[in-house]
Design a protein around this ligand. Sequence first.
Ligand code: ZN
Length: 434
Amino acid sequence: MRHPFACFTLALTGCCVAARGQSAPPAPAPLTAIRAGTLIDGTSDAPRKNQLIFVRGERIEKVADAAEKIPAGAKVIDLSSATVLPGLIDSHTHIFLWGEDPAKGGYDANILKAGIALRAARATAAARRALEQGFTTLRDVETEGAGYGDVEIKQAIEEGTIPGPRIFGATRAISTTGGYNLEGYAPELEMPKGAQIVDGPVEARKAARQQLEHGADWIKVYMTHRSWVDKQGNLVSQPTLTVEELKAIVDETHGWQKKVACHAYNGIGMQRALDGGCDSIEHGLEMTDAQIAQMARQGTWYCPTLAPYYGDWAPADTPAGKRDRARAAVHEITFKKALKAHLKIVYGTDMGGIPWSEPIAQEFKRMVSLGMAPMDAIQSATSRAAEMLDMKGEIGVIAAGAYAEVIAVSGDHRGVGRSAEGCGRTRTRAVCDA
Ligand SMILES: [Zn+2]
């Protein structure tokens, strides 16, 4: 066990246990038996009472009723007063981003004021914090100007140098000229960009090849950039890559048997994302019925990231304030339509855009408040995300053969929305930190 059953306090409230096994110890591996008062296994519709989880090495050997005999010599962890779940999966994070608070210099300060060592130290803290809050896997969708740093943080975790979750990294991300920060500086200045900038299908394919060569597990693409409210009151988003550019990236990435995550808000960029064959839509603030039908047909994953659109609104009578309110308004409608259409929804927070000091479980509250069943919300952060990551049966589930990534919380699934709310901004450190 690389990270032996460390105790932490999870955002869902209560004291928790994390088992995060990685490197296989020499045989025979010792046996651990975890008593679960209530077990939510990540795939079943209902919790089960009084279960025993047998762990050998880094994997779960079997799950049985509490009456099952525990072999002599097995280590017993008693969680009979807790609810036990698979380690959670956040499918949209940025460990290299340290908030975008305008008072602290906004997004730009991440790149202009912090050197790479400071950024790596912060990413290390973010990784540890995710693990402490019960998130044992992250799909980290770009480093925001920190190059291939995610690949190296992942390496440091895998070699046991630092504690952290399993990471699926997207490295640098791809957008177009005029399609990403830093921007708004004097045109004479050659400013660094938070993503790799390409123009044309040849450059697009080359960027994908470079990122895949250097260890990207996913490719992240920005299909929209700026957004604003037009004279009719509609949310409008500036499209970035063309369908031809995106198709070159998707074709290249699929050849490596990897997938493409597409940031897309709405409109032209959203349509290009779907026509170009994106595997997951990130944010997806506003989708037409036809676009939702296209996602269902193509099997596209939807990672809505509701939470970040409720914070830091500009004043209501300003263009930015109107935009902020329009984003949240259309997002709610789209999320409800996506639920109705049974789109494949995965849990994502956009942590990094949200300061890492905030609770990572806050997205549960948003999903449930908009009509998602609590157990469905849990599965969006367990087995469903595992399927998107091609790790079905290995993570996001408590069953024989899966990695022994186990967390425990007080309460049960019916309290998901409520408990996560109780872990809000005002009580962050007291309730949610390790
Ligand atoms: Zn993001």
